[in-house]
Design a protein around this ligand. Structure first.
Ligand SMILES: Cc1cc2nc3c(=O)[nH]c(=O)nc-3n(C[C@H](O)[C@H](O)[C@H](O)COP(=O)(O)O)c2cc1C
Length: 194
């Protein structure tokens, strides 16, 4: 297989997230989504446990998502102002394809849950990269919704949790580069202990 390494490198070097609230449609086609999820599902995974799930929310299910989020907000924050409830309408109707990334570790397995959660993060990252490679802009968010018991119950099985809401669309405006850490701040050469 001929691999154009310079294109792959520039793809990696230019990847950026978009803010889900600023994304525009359309989201990926069914075939493109299938391809992205296949790429995400071939992420590093110690023990071959596939400790992650992808739950897609259809465009025709956005009203149901809004109803779920409004109910969860009312339970978690009974005094939430109307403006906050209105945010749930907006969130549930962000443009593009919504993929809910679920961490699904196997408890009591010899592979520690921590490693399985790392694998879930890798699956999310690969999904973002695949979206970028196919010409889309993804945005990964968590926030209170990811930690709400009611929302968790609507997407996860027992022992699972929401790792993120990943919206996949197009940039509504030009994406600015964000500050990256100086390599010197995150890279050091190991010195063996005395
Ligand atoms: C696990 C995880 C959770 C995130 N949750 C949020 C969030 O709740 N709200 C938000 O604005 N961005 C969230 N982000 C996105 C980051 O804040 C940031 O926008 C993103 O990493 C941009 O960097 P990039 O362009 O290199 O992807 C999250 C990212 C990750 C990996």
């Amino acid at each position: 297989m001929l691999i154009d390494r310079s294109s792959i490198l520039s793809l990696l070097e230019t990847r950026r997230s978009g803010k889900p609230r600023e994304l525009t449609g359309p989201g990926p086609s069914r075939d493109e989504l299938d391809r992205m999820l296949n790429i995400a599902a071939r992420s590093p995974d110690h023990g071959r446990l596939s400790p992650w799930r992808f739950v897609t929310v259809g465009d025709d299910q956005r009203d149901a998502l809004e109803a779920l989020l409004r109910r969860a907000l009312a339970e978690d924050e009974p005094d939430a102002p109307a403006a906050k409830h209105e945010k749930e309408h907006e969130f549930a109707h962000y443009a593009g394809q919504l993929v809910v990334l679920v961490s699904a570790p196997v408890e009591g397995h010899k592979i520690p849950v921590w490693e399985q959660q790392l694998s879930c993060g890798a699956a999310g990252m690969n999904l973002m990269l695949a979206a970028h490679a196919l010409g889309y802009v993804p945005g990964w968010v968590t926030g209170w919704r990811a930690y709400s018991e009611r929302v968790r119950g609507a997407f996860c099985g027992p022992g699972e949790r929401i790792a993120g809401f990943i919206f996949i669309g197009h940039a509504g405006r030009e994406l600015e580069e964000r500050d990256r850490p100086a390599l010197s701040a995150v890279w050091r050469e190991w010195r063996p202990p005395d």
